[in-house]
Design a protein around this ligand. Sequence first.
Ligand code: G3I
Length: 301
Amino acid sequence: NTTLRAAAAAKGRYFGAATSSFMFSDTQHVTILNREFNSIVAENEMKWDATEPNQNQFTFTGGDRLVAHARANGMSVRGHALVWHAQQPRWAQNLSGTALRNAMINHITRVATHYRGQIHSWDVVNEAFADGGSGGRRDSNLQRTGNDWIEVAFRTARAADPTAKLCYNDYNTDGVNAKSTGIYNMVRDFKARGVPIDCVGFQSHLGTGLASDYQANLQRFADLGVDVQITELDVAQGSSQASIYERVTRACLAVTRCTGITVWGVRDSDSWRRGENPLLFDGNGNKKPAYTAVLNALNSG
Ligand code: G3I
């Protein structure tokens, strides 16, 4: 196969990219997007600040354009993200306690209901665990509403859209470490108690090295009975960039329950890390060695 989407599909996976509706007028971006990817995710346009700028006033313009573009081009859509401590609208940042809890429930219900049936996987909760060695939750206004806020979010999302896979999504979870183990323990507990969780997203914003147990870490989550997905992949430019992309791709293919890979942008110039040239296409839309490494990995075996 000569494109990422065809090569991934042949292995029963999707290959996705983050994009924004304002990019649809960029011919080069759209040409690559439509040729290479069969899943898209809104880099920003489905977040809380974008979809509910004033309390209980919802705007779905950008997200709706993404969904329409996906439908017209044979792509599916990842949803990102229903709740997160960052990119909350100002009004939500100023809430706490029951008022914030109820606002969260209303937000999840309204957004997931609006997109019901159109999202293959939702990041229901994003980045709720702390960095470092504690393995515990990150402090945030949401966490301060009570430790059960994450399971409330998942139950609310399930009720609103029973067709979407519901994911927990985080970064710095690339190997077996305190943070990934904290998340692992939460997922194990959720599965034991019947809290509806279907998948774990590994953002995989990577530097110039990759944890040697990257694949083993994906596998231990899969063994809990959830799908795993690579959700925001980008890798610092350097001599190791292509080989790290290749190893991540091979790891996903080696884990039966790894259902797909999403890169966090199309061209280096589109990236939030653009100074590091972390993506598969350069600023002129040319395929980089990392692209060839991913394609070959998808086509092998
Ligand atoms: O929308 C405003 C616009 O009105 C204003 O003119 C402009 C001026 O700076 O800012 C615009 O908002 C920016 C937004 O992207 C849309 O472009 C924000 O400042 C900027 O902070 C925001 O950055 C996004 C970031 O999340 C926010 O935390 C990045 O594009 C996006 O790539 C990044 O994505 C996150 C994932 O959601 C979660 N995982 C980590 C990942 C990288 O940080």
